[in-house]
Design a binder for this molecule. Sequence first.
Ligand code: SAM
Length: 286
Amino acid sequence: MLEKNALYVVATPIGNLSDISLRALDVLGKVDLIAAEHVQNSQHLLSAHAITTAKWVSLHQHNETAVSEKILALLDAGKSVALVTDAGTPGISDPGAILVRLVRAQGHRVIPVPGANAAVCAMSAAGIMNPHFLFYGFLPAKSGLRKRVLAALQSYPCTLIFYEAPHRILECVTDMLAVFGPDRELTIARELTKLFETIHTGSLLQVLHWLQADANQQKGEFVLLLSAAEVPDKSEISEQGRHTLTCLLAELPLKQAVKLTAEISGENKKTLYQLALDLKAADSSG
Ligand code: SAM
């Protein structure tokens, strides 16, 4: 039995039409209305599962607010509505957030029906040991802004997950190489759950060459998983190194103090730099 006055947010496949839950099919077969990004795409999915639903409405990023008002009126009248997008989970780099907010503000239930998501699908098959990740979604389309965003993410100690379109994949990996250098590890997850599914891992430089060498690898849909920044282990610094750094920091600008300490003590410069930042911060807060 479906709940009345409720919005069901239903995940659909990201390629393979069988990747849909029994619960999702049940809900989509029973709701009074389905709001879909592209009605025809979603009708194709449902007809593959022999489901015919009478009522559809198109809801996309350009009409979400207006259509949400109509959906609210239906929920007020005791109807149940499902929201789907072209692929994966609604609201994740897809429309849905505006409708969900309005429905919850009106006091109606929003019921998620979980399923496929390209980012999580890619993570599950990438074999990345770091348990932490940041889902960024789409980067800016223009190179200058894209590089600035990437630079701001440079020191995050977690895997960075991006979505990218085929016509920007080369530019995007080229910008990553410019910002992060050649050695960071990148996993490209292309056409997941589809015929040409490819999951390839290498250094940024190696992956760029791999893409350039084969135009077919530049086609389709992409998830990019960039490995985390290495966090220097400050406990590795000896007492002597720490003492030298503290003394020099009191007299010199930070960069110079770090450089000299590294020369005197032989300690790792990156780790010293991180420690110097911490010492400065502790000094100014106390
Ligand atoms: N809502 C979706 C989700 O839950 O993953 C994402 C929708 S977003 C508009 C579409 C982007 O997701 C694509 O440009 C691509 O970056 C990624 N994507 C979707 N399907 C994919 C697939 N089968 N393989 C790789 N990436 C995919």
